[in-house]
Ligand binder design. Structure first.
Ligand SMILES: [Zn+2]
Length: 291
């Protein structure tokens, strides 16, 4: 089954909602980065949110970056997505292993204390940037807090990744539900009641709930209306030329040293781990562009 996101409204537009199934893209990320189960869960949750938040943007060239910088053993997570819900991401330390907490993967422990930064590049002079502290480091709650405090949009975020015993991804997905400023008390309290019934989005995903069914549980009694469905997936647009920019940025002195060593070098794309090879001739060409 392909990954996809459904977009919906409810209560005559007082609520907007997104739900996604992301098993394939999280498994693709796991394969690229060879992430441990807890690293896969952390990266998968942030990528699932990134895909949905990417799809909230309007223009083809808009880019979203979600970055967690934190003190836990995972070291940090970076995810980017475009408005077509193409998403990619990586963690700094992919092989983190932690004992389970309450029978679950300890994402909060792996992430640790830190900051969540959201950058939206919408082709304006300055990209929009909002930053909040991590409140639980479990990612869904941190995004809920971000939406409330940085964008002033009351939201509910649920994200889940479940691993198989063989450490591949069994299921992944989530939802984002947002209240519009004109939402009335009746809608708000009904939504709160509905949300109380969903204690674990992962449990529902594991039972095979589709994004449509997730929204039916959350908004079925609020005149849910699914507006559209879009595909989502792991996609990296790297190339030898793009990765070259990373070499340019390390500076003339270091590149000169590599040339003097006379060996080819290999540089990997952070986002998808694809290795690119640069010969001494390539480096001589690159150093001319470097400062
Ligand atoms: Zn790449």
């Amino acid at each position: 089954m392909k990954d996809y996101i459904v977009r919906a409204t409810a209560a005559e537009g007082q609520v907007r909602a997104f739900a996604a199934t992301t098993r394939e893209l999280v498994e693709t990320a796991r394969k690229h980065h060879n992430t441990s189960p807890v690293a896969t869960a952390a990266l998968g949750r942030l990528m699932t949110a990134g895909a949905m938040m990417g799809s909230m943007m309007k223009n083809d060239s808009d880019m979203l970056t979600l970055q967690i910088r934190s003190g836990g053993p995972l070291g940090g997570i970076t995810v980017t997505a475009d408005s077509h819900a193409n998403v990619k991401g990586y963690v700094l330390n992919p092989d983190v292993m932690l004992p389970p907490k309450n029978g679950k993967l300890d994402v909060g422990g792996a992430v640790g204390v830190g900051l969540l930064q959201v950058i939206k590049d919408m082709g304006l002079k300055e990209p929009y940037s909002g930053q909040t502290v991590l409140v639980s480091s479990e990612i869904a709650e941190d995004l809920t807090y971000y939406f409330a405090n940085s964008e002033q949009i009351p939201s509910s975020v649920g994200l889940g990744v479940r691993m198989e015993k063989n450490n591949t991804v069994k299921c992944a997905g989530g939802f984002i539900i947002q209240l519009m400023p004109f939402a009335d008390e009746k809608t708000i309290s009904q939504l709160e009641e509905n949300l109380k019934k969903v204690t674990s989005v992962t449990a529902l995903l594991e039972k095979g709930y589709s994004p449509e069914q997730l929204l039916e549980v959350l908004l079925g009694n609020l005149e849910l209306e699914i507006t559209d469905t879009i595909e989502t997936g792991f996609y990296c647009n790297c190339s030898k030329e793009r990765v070259e920019k990373a070499i340019v940025s390390i500076g003339k002195k270091d590149i000169q040293e590599m040339i003097e060593e006379g060996k080819d070098i290999e540089v990997k794309c952070h986002f998808c781990n694809t290795a690119y090879n640069y010969t001494v001739e390539d480096l001589k060409r690159i150093i001319k562009r470097s400062r």
